[in-house]
Ligand binder design. Structure first.
Ligand SMILES: [Zn+2]
Length: 248
């Protein structure tokens, strides 16, 4: 908690002096929504202002809402969290890794979940993203075929919506989840974009979650080898009814 100084204690109000007897919703900042922090010696630092506590909560709430919009989780998935994930024995390893990455703790920063449809891998990817958002860290969830469509749309737009801006976000967002890798229509352009995103995130040590229905051996070689060889990467193959798993 930042110690703050009431304007009335200093005789210097941050906003216009109120009429006598005027009521403030927040007496701390007199509804100015900001205050001067105290220096080490206990005196106000007039060179700085910080948000008053009365608005800090609201700012935090708005920031989280904006992070949630930016993440672009699929609609209708608000109920998909790690807390309500049903952990069956064959999904235990995948869940444990997801829980680690969700906390941003542990040495594993890349997780690849290989499984057929409806095995819970997308649920885990969404759950990891949600936990990052709750902590206030940006995350981006992308269904791979749509990601590439989104990039293409950027050719017709400018500024924040341009191709360069969109591509840069996929490169640099603190957590990227690529859902259903391998479902995209493979062209040299598409492969180059995916290669670049994955390479860049590898070189810069940026976290990545991949889900795929495609066995790694059938993914483009360059991508598969990065998913396998990154020392911070784990590949979990969930194969029903037979369960087998590989590490790296
Ligand atoms: Zn206030």
């Amino acid at each position: 908690m930042i110690k703050s100084l009431r304007p009335k204690d200093t005789g210097k109000a941050l906003s216009d002096e109120p009429a006598q007897g005027e009521q403030f919703i927040c007496v701390n900042c007199r509804d100015a929504h900001f205050v001067h922090p105290l220096r080490e010696d206990g005196k106000p630092d007039y060179t700085r202002v910080v948000s008053c506590e009365c608005v800090r909560e609201q700012i935090e709430r708005e920031r989280k809402q904006s992070l949630l919009r930016y993440c672009e989780l699929p609609t209708g998935t608000a109920h998909l969290t790690l807390e309500n994930f049903k952990v069956s024995p064959e999904l235990q390893e995948a869940y444990d890794l997801a829980a680690q990455l969700a906390e941003g703790s542990g040495e594993v920063t890349w997780i690849t979940l290989v499984a057929g449809a409806d095995r819970g891998k997308t649920h885990l990817a969404i759950g990891i993203c949600r936990r990052w958002l709750q902590r206030g860290t940006p995350a981006r969830f992308a269904y791979v075929p749509l990601l590439l469509e989104e990039l293409r749309r950027g050719f017709r737009e400018e500024g924040d919506r341009s191709y360069e801006a969109r591509f840069d976000r996929f490169l640099n967002v603190p957590l990227l989840a690529l859902d259903d890798l391998g479902a995209e229509y493979r062209t040299p352009w598409v492969q180059e974009k995916l290669d670049t995103i994955i390479d860049y995130r590898l070189i810069n040590g940026l976290p990545l979650v991949v889900t795929t229905n495609t066995p790694l051996d059938e993914l483009p070689f360059r991508i598969a080898s990065r998913l396998r060889r990154n020392p911070s990467s784990r590949v979990v193959v969930i194969d029903a009814p037979e369960f087998r798993k590989t590490k790296r």
